[in-house]
Design a protein around this ligand. Sequence first.
Ligand code: SF4
Ligand code: SF4
Length: 418
Amino acid sequence: MLYRNVPKTGDTLSILGFGYMRLPAKKGGGIDEERAIAQLRYAIDHGVNYVDTAPAYHFGKSEKILAQALADGYREKVHIATKLPPWSVQVHEDMDHILQSQLLTLHTDHIDFYLLHSLAHENWEKMKRLGVRAFLDAAKKDGRITHAGFSFHGDIATFKEIVDAYDWDFCQIQYNYLDEQCQAGTGGLKYAAEKRLAVMIMEPLRGGNLAGKIPDEVQKIWDASPVKRSPAEWALRFVWDHPEVTVVLSGMNDEVHIDENIRVAGEAHPNALTPADHERIQQVKETYQRLMKVGCTGCNYCMPCPAGVDIPGCFALYNAHHLFPHDRSAKFHYIGRHGGLLSDVSYAGLCKGCGKCEKVCPQHIPVRERLHEVSREMEGGMRVIVPVLKGGLWCMSKVGRFRQAFSRKNTVVKGNHD
Ligand code: SF4
Ligand code: SF4
């Protein structure tokens, strides 16, 4: 594992941070807590010393499971980063109450890295008005927090303004090879580093879109490289190549990915990519920009939708539908998952246009307009297909029950003969 320093305090952090926001799921639904705990402990045993959570992750469960994971001596081996949710702060005193309850939940007497969550222009203005800087000063002074920072999803001008408005120790920005000009972007990364802030990176794989199932056109570009790396490794190495980056957060929930990330984090020195590597990444970037329909990272900030739309779920399958044009499974999955075939309806066409999601979307996606497109392209015939398929499933279950009853009867008859 390679390590980099926090400029203002000299703390040494692993360049790979464990994002505790996409925890492994159990087969029947819910979080596989045992696996989530084992995965984090494994990563810590292999050199990871930074873990990032928030009250918003898994509707509060992430912090609770993290506390369990850090029992048995693991707390002392790792820096905890968690966040103050500006949307839960109405008066100054709320900040103290929230921090106090986080310390209790996390079974600790201090938070190592404390962030204002998901700042952009409006919520920064609100937090300033409510005296967040005095709160941070006091919490640092009495030792409840060690480093003060903020995570960010606004524009570059607001980013610079926030960086200059307080003596921050660190910030957390979205950064990957598709987002060099998006939000804080490369300009923000360099600006923060010049001001001696540690910079933590979120979404290095853009919500998994840059890894996993890769479009053929993109895969061909990677395959042509004389150096063999997985798409995830290329994306991570791109971020670590920047000396201004301190920690890259990866929301890991698969043991194979954890091992791969730990291996790469032991090799990815800054400025190590060659001009040919950069050229290849640029080609991939241009190809993605051509193929991707909606820049949704799956962060879930817009959820729940009052009309029941699974916003990130619909966008993910819409993107998959366009990224893999020969594969029709995205449309089938869409009908299965969102059309009400296998679970409650959650399709794009349910949108009532209230606009709540657009106010919180860190990617500034015009969600209503894009959902309208999704509905038009993905839901053609769905209202006919779903009742037919449901009827088929009903018949199959009836036949299944009949078969079960029949075989039970035969078993009994056979048993009598024996
Ligand atoms: S605009 Fe549509 S998708 Fe967004 S929160 Fe409102 S109903 Fe849901
Ligand atoms: S639409 Fe925006 S807020 Fe919702 S999951 Fe996607 S990126 Fe996040």
